[in-house]
Design a protein around this ligand. Sequence first.
Ligand SMILES: O=P(O)(O)OC[C@H]1O[C@H](O)[C@H](O)[C@@H](O)[C@@H]1O
Length: 429
Amino acid sequence: MITCDIGFARKFIKDDEYLKARRKADMALDQLKNKTGPGSEWLGWRDLLADPNDAEIEEISSLGEEVREKADIFIVCGIGGSYLGAKAVIEALTPHFGSKGPEILFAGHHIGGKYLEELMAYLKEPKEDGSPKNIYVNVISKSGSTLETALSFRLLRELIEDLYGDDASEHIICTTSKEGGLLNKVIKEKGYRKFIIPDDVGGRYSVLTPVGLLPIAVAGIDVRTLLYGAVSAYNRYKENTEDILEYAALRNAIHETGKTIDVFATFEPELSSFGGWIQQLLGESEGKEGQGIFPTVATYSTDLHSLGQFIQQGQRSLMETFIIVEKPFSDLEVNELEGNDDELNYLAGKSFHEINTKAREGTIEAHSEGDVPIVKICLSALNAENIGELIYFFELLTGIFVYSLGVNPFNQPGVEDYKKAMYRLLGKH
Ligand SMILES: O=P(O)(O)OC[C@H]1O[C@H](O)[C@H](O)[C@@H](O)[C@@H]1O
């Protein structure tokens, strides 16, 4: 269950400004529902929850299990929407240390030579018993031509062919558009296994398609529960969108006051990468035509010791959105220490969750007094169902908020500019 509380931020907005923004949010929701807004051909992320493809979920779950049993290493090769969702969900729902199943690694998300060279060396290293590692690669690219991903995939493909010869195609799974793109050409030539990204789902809205679901299944997470968490959110918000309309209206009114930064903050380190997913979802959707609130991510209390000073007293250009988990997922307690030489016995018997909660409440109080408008998004517990809900919550928020700015939430024309300049410098014809 997800709840949204805008109480700490509402006082920063005058009633008439809030009402104006609320009317815009209501109109934005109509545009989304009636498919009348710009980019309405990209609303497949809603349709896939209205009518879930159970056969595909089944196929993904069983392939996930198969790879989980066989693989030592599973590499997710993709960038932007083609890896951020999987990374976010896997980090949220699997243990920090000693996870069972294959080691999950990422590639294709940058062009760092040192990382890639070390990755290749690591993959080539035999296991302790001298046998080669069993490696699977999932290359994910909707366009099938993104440079970062294609370059890493070239390296990985060579390695897989060297290691497994005629069986190489067993170790490569591709996720891309139905047709078109260079990756589809390679798939045809080599006969690799393929999953399809629906044409009407943009990269940053694609975590609940095979893009995210296959890596998530390989990580041992129940993808059906995750997806159906999002389905139940879809059905709930179809009946009553009040929470999200309030949040979208508030964010819009805050945008109007000239705030330029939204810090997505969590006290749960498991959710740091979820912030990375939100960052792309909102950032690429709202940041155009000179508009938008720059989404950034902070993990507390770690970042209170680096960014905390700025947030408390720096330029008042910030709002903050806390992602909160209410139910503890660890019972770890502070022990009584004889002698109390570290003077921590006043915390003895308290759980780390209780202490973390007080740290969060104290931070919200202090930042709020420091004139930072704060929104609280609460998950009742950290589990696959709630993460599925949270995904749809933010997708819907993004659609409504960005439409209420009068902007197309589903394109990213500005991303092409760096690519054009880079390709020119690289001499691509
Ligand atoms: O999946 P791909 O086509 O390789 O795209 C990966 C990423 O590329 C670009 O950066 C786009 O701006 C992103 O929205 C997209 O997620």
